[in-house]
Design a protein around this ligand. Structure first.
Ligand SMILES: Nc1nc2c(ncn2[C@@H]2O[C@H](COP(=O)(O)OP(=O)(O)OP(=O)(O)O)[C@@H](O)[C@H]2O)c(=O)[nH]1
Ligand SMILES: [Mg+2]
Length: 539
């Protein structure tokens, strides 16, 4: 198993120098980073331990303006390497980064008290004491990137901390990789990197970049710059994605097994507050490598629904970090695609795991969903059908990828793209009196036509054989239509053709109605227009 270590710590405290001392790689590659002497974006370097194990190091910026990048970097890591300047001790972003690590559930790591060369022994001891108190669960090591001292001990402690990290599970789940970097390489094309949160990925796999729904095919996968047949959950992965313009992918996207994860504008979470978070608070929601604006809709003391300005691809158990000017808290996701309400009981039951899956997930090629979710869907569809127009008592069937598998488990009848109750058919319901009124009107107007306002009802009555619709919203009684049709057939059989005026006289209606009737007879394949006259259409 290969683990990922993320640096953390206040600006200028020596993270990048330490990464370079450990790995030989300068991760400040942007011209602006070099000019300003600070890190802005994430840096990546492989780190080999004495026992041959390889770790992936992610170097993050410490400046308060780039905390967003720090969160994106920290989101997929297994271990932290907190770096504290021996002369300065813990500062604002030392504390904020530590808070973020804890909100993300990253428990294991090591603290490096660096620039040891620049302070006297007493100051160094004081700094070590401070960090031991601040992060009692982690070993603290004095180092100097400049002089190269303490590095072996630091590697040894990173090895020890690695041993504490639990095995990744989720290898059997659908694939999900939150993209942190996209670039293109000559001869290879677009490459996306990130931590594989679940599943496995290999050459030939079809993935979808969400939330934009872009299909991509994996040409090859690498872990630590080495080609692998399949990259596994927990690994830092680089995927070659030929045929996709680099500009169509970016940090924040998730590459997933198509359709296996919901994309959602809402997240139900258990809140973890560093500061009180007000009902309705607007803040930044960091999830995976994405950052989106969101609003907090609280439910009870401990829960909230996060309403997002852009969708995310999440799963139950994922962590989010909530920030205003600074980090104000975080949350553990209970439901990655909840309905839009904040019913406290629902939060409580979903915390108990009673509604573990709100949207179906693809497992081994089969769509699975929780019983509670399925019952919810059934109730929702049944309610929609009950509320549907009795003239067409159905609803449009869900079109999601899971629809076919999931709907087969529900007691609805599918006709084309619509769902009905078994044997459910159109009825007039409360509109029967209106239907009778129309029939009376049509009978009164015979042999002429009547203009009907309720087109829905007219269509229904026509389907039931109770009238015939003509153009322009007009309709005629079924009996009058049959009579007109018989007259045309009779006349044409005798005279071979019929003109509009003759037809009108025979039927005994007005010119407009005669015209509409003949057009309908044309449509029905009874007659065909030849010049100003009609002839019978041959079968
Ligand atoms: N004396 C001494 N100075 C150091 C050491 N490590 C870093 N420095 C100094 O500290 C400065 C900042 O170091 P960086 O490694 O860039 O700091 P950083 O934590 O990566 O900073 P950001 O990424 O911007 O947060 C360097 O330019 C050096 O001047 C060290 O071991 N000893
Ligand atoms: Mg740096």
């Amino acid at each position: 198993m290969s683990l990922t270590v993320g640096t953390a710590g206040h600006v200028d405290h020596g993270k990048t120098w330490l990464v370079r001392a450990l790995t030989g790689k300068d991760t400040d590659r942007l011209p602006e980073e070099q000019a300003r002497g600070i890190s802005i974006d994430l840096g990546y370097a492989p780190l080999e331990l004495a026992d041959g194990r390889r770790l992936s190091l992610i170097d993050v910026p410490g400046h308060e303006r780039f905390v967003r990048n720090m969160v994106a970097g920290a989101t997929g890591i297994d271990l932290f390497l907190l770096v504290v300047d021996a002369a300065e001790g813990a500062r604002a972003q030392t504390h904020e980064h530590l808070a973020i690590l804890s909100l993300l559930g990253i428990e294991h790591g090591v603290v490096a008290v660096t620039k040891a060369d620049a302070v006297d022994a007493e100051t160094l001891e004081f700094a070590l004491e401070e960090v031991r108190e601040l992060v009692p669960r982690a070993a603290a090591v004095a180092v100097s990137a400049k002089m190269g001292t303490g590095l072996d001990e630091l590697r040894a402690e990173l090895g020890r901390a690695s041993d504490l990290v639990p095995e990744h599970d989720g290898a059997e789940l659908p694939a999900r990789l939150h993209v942190d970097r996209v670039f293109s390489l000559p001869g290879i094309g677009t490459v996306a990197t990130g931590t594989l949160w679940s599943g496995s990925v290999g050459a030939g796999d079809l993935l979808r970049a969400e939330p934009r729904g872009l299909d991509v095919r994996v040409r090859s996968a690498q872990v630590h710059d080495l080609a692998v047949e399949r990259a596994q959950a927990g690994q830092r992965v680089a995927l070659a994605l030929p045929g996709i313009d680099r500009g169509r992918l970016r940090r924040g996207d998730a590459l997933v097994t198509p359709g296996a994860f919901p994309t959602s504008y809402r997240l139900d979470v258990v809140l973890d507050e560093l500061e009180p978070i007000a009902q309705g608070a607007r803040l930044l929601v960091h999830h995976g490598t994405s950052t989106v604006a969101g609003r907090v809709v609280r439910a009870g003391e401990r829960f909230a629904q996060l309403r997002l300005a852009a969708p995310v691809v999440a799963a139950r158990g994922d962590r989010v970090v909530l920030r205003e000017a600074t980090t104000v808290g975080g949350g553990r996701i209970l439901d990655p695609a909840p309905p839009r309400h904040r019913d406290l009981a629902r939060f409580e039951s979903s915390e108990r795991g009673e509604e573990t899956i709100h949207a179906p997930v693809l497992v081994d090629g089969e769509w699975r969903c929780g019983d509670a979710w399925l019952a919810g869907l059934e109730a929702e569809l049944a309610a929609a059908i009950a509320a549907a127009d009795p003239l067409d008592p159905g609803v449009t069937a869900p079109a999601e990828p899971w629809a076919k598998d999931v709907l087969a488990r529900l007691p609805f009848e599918r006709r084309g793209s619509r769902l009905y109750l078994p044997g459910g058919s159109a009825t007039l319901g409360s509109r029967e009196p209106a239907a009778l009124a129309i029939e009376a009107q049509l009978a009164e107007a015979e042999p002429g036509a009547v203009k009907l306002d309720d087109r829905e009802l007219a269509r229904f009555l026509e389907g039931a054989g109770r009238l015939v619709r003509l153009g322009d919203g007009y309709a005629i009684s079924a009996r009058a239509y049959e009579r007109a049709r018989a007259l045309v057939v009779e006349e044409c059989t005798a005279e071979r053709r019929i003109a509009l005026a003759r037809f009108r006289d025979l039927v005994g209606c007005g010119r407009r109605d005669a015209q509409l009737l003949l057009e309908r007879l044309d449509t029905d394949g009874v007659t065909r227009r030849v010049g100003d006259e009609r002839v019978l259409r041959r079968r």
